[in-house]
Each structure stands twice: as C-alpha cells, then as structure tokens.
Design a binder for this molecule. Structure first.
Ligand SMILES: [Zn+2]
Length: 454
C-alpha cells in the first residue's frame, strides 16, 4: 500500500510548487486565484472537493483562494476508477500518519525512534517534554499568558517598542537616501514604513480557547479521544471565524516561539515573547550587543516589507504595485545579482549547490537590516564596531547536524547561518575596515562585487 501511495503522490508531485518555487516572487503572484464556489464546481468536474466542503461547513465562503491551482487540476484528472486502489492507499497512509502518535504506545515509540534517526539525535525527547510541546501547541494562549505574566511587564513592552521606533526612524532616512530609487517610489516606501504596525511581546487581547472540552481519563477519556475533541472544536471555531471580519487585535500565533516575523498581509512585524531570552535581550546589555542581536532582528523584519516578496504588497497589506516601472526593473536587476551570487556557493564537500531563488528574500532582509544598524552605529559616539560585529556573529552561530544543514540548503528560505553572518558582513566597509581586510583575504569583497539590494 505504501508503494501504491507513493506512486500516486509521485504523479501529483510535478504539479506542486517546490520550496525553491516558493522563494520566487512571481510564484507568490501566481498563488492568488480567488474563485467562488460555483467556479470551483465547474473547475472540478470529478474530484468531490465541493461535496467535502459542504459536508464540513466550508461551502459558505464567498471566495476561496486556490494557491495550488495546477495541483488541484491534476488531482481532478487523476481521480479515476483506474487509480482507485492507489487513492485508497494514499488516503489510508495519510490517515495513519495523522493518528500514529496517539493510536497505541508501540506505534508511538516507533514513531519517536523514526524521528530520532531522521534528525540524527542521540536520544528521543522525554515524554514530559513531548507532552509539554503538545499542550503548548494546542493551547498557546494559556501558556503565553502565564509566561508573560511571570516574565514581562508593560514597561518591558514599551522599552522594546520604543527601540523598534528608533530603528524605523533610521530606516526612513536610509530609504530617503537610496540613490537608485525615484522620489515617487521612495514616497510610497516611506508611507509603507510609517504605517507599519509594531507588535511586541504579547497582544492586548487574547484569543479565547475556553470552548475546548477534553474528557478526563476517569470519565473514559484517552489521548486519542483528546486529540479528536480538540480537532473537532477547533474546526467549529474556525468556521465561526470565516463568517466574521478578521479581528486585527488577535495574534493568531504562538507567542512563545523563539522567533520574530513580518506579515505581508498586515504590514506588521512581531517580536514574540519567546524570542527575548537572555542572549537576545537584557537590560544591562551594551548598545553594541543590543544592536548586534535584537537590533539586527528588528531591522531584518522591517526589511521584509521591502524584500522581493514584501515589495509586492502595499502599506495596507494588499497585493498592489506601488513601484514605477523603472524602479521595479532596477530592483529586479539588483536582486538578480544577489541570486546569482548565492547560486555560485557550494556549502558541502558533496558539491550541493545553494539556491539564490530560495534564499533571496531572507538574504535581502539580512543585508538591509545590517545596513540600517550600521547607520544607527554611525550616529553613536565611540561606537565599538569590533564588539558589534562579534555580537552579530555570536547571534548567527549555530550547531547543526549535517543532515539538518543539508535540509536547510535544499528547503529553508533562510540561508545557512554561516552565510547569514559572513556573506552579510562582508558587504560593508565598516566590517572590512574594522578587521583591516584587504584584497586577497578570504572575507574581502570588492565594491563592484557586492550584492546588497538596499
Ligand atoms: Zn526573515
């Protein structure tokens, strides 16, 4: 059955966008295909997607976006009597994959072992850790609320937000001084920057998850049953949301993730509570340490508004073209040079090539972010550049296993960490001057070979 399932998936695979495709801004535009239920019905003569949507309550949607239209078309074409056994195998395999960790203990242990081998780890996570991760994943608001009550105050939130505003002020100057951009496009870019929403640490309003009811063990509950109850409640809740306008005050995310993000459709960036650990933020940090870590992150997230994908969205978060044709061409030319450079890098002895297409948005944001920070540094008397670059390098250091690093190379939209540090820093005179890097040195990059887009 697994062979049958893989065979069927193999037939669909050519019609699915790859990770590399997803890095391409043109593909982002191809993914906007809103249709009505009627149009969807016409499109899918055989595959019963519409019946499924009706059964599970999704058919009331006014518009449905098809972000993988070629896949859906192929699925419709492959939905034949002849493929029936293979489809059955595929459905069963996916179902098993969904329930394997809660079907019985033997399957659960086997699954942990497979994950351990896949991730090249010495031992599996403890049951306690797995239980914690599971609960946090299902109830992020409860955990987020407890954590932020214990570790953050309103003053912390204001302090970080005010630092974000400082970075935005310098970013505005940086955009204004961009030589290859016309005044008309600059004005639009600055409008987008000024409208950007800063969201730090925790939301003003928490999402309500009190409707979830889990049957306790003594009343006949089990792990599998809890999963089912949770999924069912969540589905009902989501359907309620579809019928209402989006509430901009809710953060639909887990604020304990150790991350930051820019969201195109909201023109907002988030610095989550889970990100602000000791390494990233302490009140006794020097300005250089603050700029090298958190500062770089904030400027990086702002830069996503102007990376090759973010550039497709306007100040209100709508996909719209706010560029003059000449400026757009210039932007694309600069991006092309960056892509070509990353394409030329081989990271491993086996010659695995890196992909500039996959990494372009993140690489653009890393470099624009550092440029902004160096501009802030330039305004600070007695700024210690050595300390700053060391803090920035420490911020990028990672210990990865080889399979993990290879996986990043093929599938992650972020460049390998050593490149996020080295390739970004070597673009700037301040770095070359601080360490007296000369032509012929490994880290030297001639001005004409530099690839910063901004
Ligand atoms: Zn990013």
């Amino acid at each position: 059955m697994i062979a049958d399932a893989l065979d069927f998936e193999g037939k669909l695979a050519p019609f699915i966008y790859s990770e590399e495709d997803n890095g391409d801004p043109d593909v982002l535009q191809e993914k906007i295909n809103p249709v009505t239920m009627e149009e969807l019905r016409e499109l899918l003569a055989d595959y019963p997607l519409c019946a499924y949507m009706e059964k599970y309550g999704y058919a009331n949607s006014e518009r449905i976006n098809l972000d993988e239209p070629k896949w859906l078309e192929a699925l419709n074409a492959l939905y034949t009597e002849e493929n029936l056994e293979k489809i059955r195998a595929c459905v069963l395999m996916k179902f098993m994959d969904n329930i394997i960790t809660c079907s019985d203990e033997e399957a659960f242990r086997k699954y942990q072992e497979i994950e351990r081998v896949r991730d090249d780890l010495e031992e599996s996570k403890s049951d306690e850790q797995l239980a914690y991760e599971e609960c946090r994943g299902d109830f992020p608001n409860q955990f987020g609320r407890l954590y932020t009550q214990k570790y953050f105050t309103a003053e912390d939130r204001e302090r970080i937000a005010s630092f974000c505003r400082e970075v935005i002020d310098t970013y505005r100057e940086m955009l204004r001084q961009t030589e290859w951009l016309s005044d008309a496009t600059k004005e639009k870019a600055i409008e987008k920057l000024d409208k950007m929403d800063i969201r730090v640490i925790y939301p003003d309003k928490w999402e309500d998850d009190s409707m979830v009811r889990i049957t306790p063990k003594k009343e006949g509950g089990s792990y599998a049953k809890a999963q089912e109850e949770f999924v069912r409640t969540l589905r009902d809740y989501e359907q309620e949301l579809y019928a209402k306008p989006a509430d901009p005050e809710l953060w639909i995310t887990d604020i304990l993730q150790s991350n930051a993000a820019y969201v195109f459709g909201e023109n907002a960036f988030y610095i989550y509570a889970g990100y602000l650990g000791e390494e990233i933020y302490r009140s006794d940090m020097t300005i250089e340490e603050l700029y090298g870590g958190l500062g770089h992150t904030i400027a990086h997230e702002i830069s996503h508004a102007f990376d090759p994908k973010g550039a497709l969205y306007d100040a209100d978060g709508n996909m719209a073209d706010w560029w003059t044709p000449e400026d757009k061409d210039a932007f694309r030319e600069r991006t092309k040079k960056l892509i070509a450079w990353y394409d030329s890098v081989t990271a491993f002895d086996d010659g695995t090539a890196c992909s500039g297409t996959l990494w372009q948005a993140e690489a653009v944001a890393d470099m624009a972010g550092l440029k902004c920070l160096l501009k802030m540094a330039g305004k600070t008397e007695g700024f210690d550049y050595d300390r700053f670059f060391r803090a920035d390098a420490a911020f990028w250091r990672r210990l990865d296993t080889l399979p993990k690093a290879q996986m990043i190379t093929l599938r992650d939209s972020h460049p390998l960490h050593y490149l996020r540090g080295n390739a970004t820093m070597q673009q700037f005179d301040e770095f070359l001057e601080t360490y007296d890097i000369q032509p012929g040195d490994g880290m030297y990059l001639a001005p004409e070979d530099r690839i910063t887009v901004w």
